[in-house]
Design a protein around this ligand. Sequence first.
Ligand code: AGP
Length: 364
Amino acid sequence: ESYDMGGHDTYMHKEISEQADAVDRVLRGRIDDRFSTVHLGGLNLDAREARGVRRIKILGCGTSYHAGQIGAQLIEELARIPADAEPASEFRYRNPVVDPDTLYIAVSQSGETYDVLAAVQELKRKGARVLGVVNVVGSAIAREADGGMYVHAGPEVCVVSTKCFTNTVVAFALLALHLGRIRDLSVADGKRIIEGLRKLPAQISEILAGEDEIKRLAAKYADARSMMFIGRVRGYPVAREASLKLKEVSYIHAEAYPASELKHGPLALIEPAMPTVAIVPDDDLLEKNRAAMEEIKARSGRILAVGHQVQETADHTVVVPKNENELDPILLGIPLQLFAYHTALAMGRDIDKPRNLAKSVTVE
Ligand code: AGP
């Protein structure tokens, strides 16, 4: 992959389209079928040290923070280590307690985001161990970290991050599997996750082949002044990232909430002019998500669902291929990257360089 536009009109479209190959790259050479695990040579964390980790704190900004939220869930699910993600800027300004048994992970596409770099430097000054999950090789955060993994998304030029988000989440899945297999994840579960990871590139290609349908749907929702995005647990960070994508590139106001929070306030916003994008995977929360959609329908809200089967309550559904429950978030967000892209295109936006934004925020 290169800086050449390769026949695409925008880098955003090019980068969305490259995701099957990009995911193939982050997986390549890392899977160990013999022990149903993955090799991550650059972590600089041996098995004994990994077993001593009591907590994981993930730090990033914007899209990288959202990828870190999914990463934290993957680590909790597969490795059973308490984990959470926080915006790096919030972390560094609140004088956090730095705990020697916590492993810190800095996430960044560019590896140059000032708030993330400053958080890493502060952590290191206090003696913490910090890993980097970074795209740009040799960048400041990659150099400053004690170890880590490159996400191998290739050059990302569009200000709006797409393929790097996907690859970062896959990188976290690898890390979670690696830590899980050092701890209590069974061989059978390790094998199940590896099989799921191997399916991803073909499933991404299948989603991208449905672009015309997503373009048609984007035209139906492009008149909205504001949109709501909802999801539960695994679907919530997906909703947050999809909402950020839409606002960055189309300038349509968008809000993301856990579906369970609707009744605590945001339901007051629902009316025909405020459509909702609902992330509704086929998992143990499907019935709960259906109930939230019923609540929205009862207030005459339009619904675009993204899930694994057609949802009768929704006005439209984008059906994505099913993977293992833990890996579903990787695929659920991809149609919504195309949705944001086609909405912005229909509105004549400057897609690769949205107003007021820079690709890499290297100042405070
Ligand atoms: C992504 O679409 C954004 N433009 C932005 O939120 C970005 O993810 C953020 O500034 C962090 O950048 P980084 O990953 O290079 O650190």
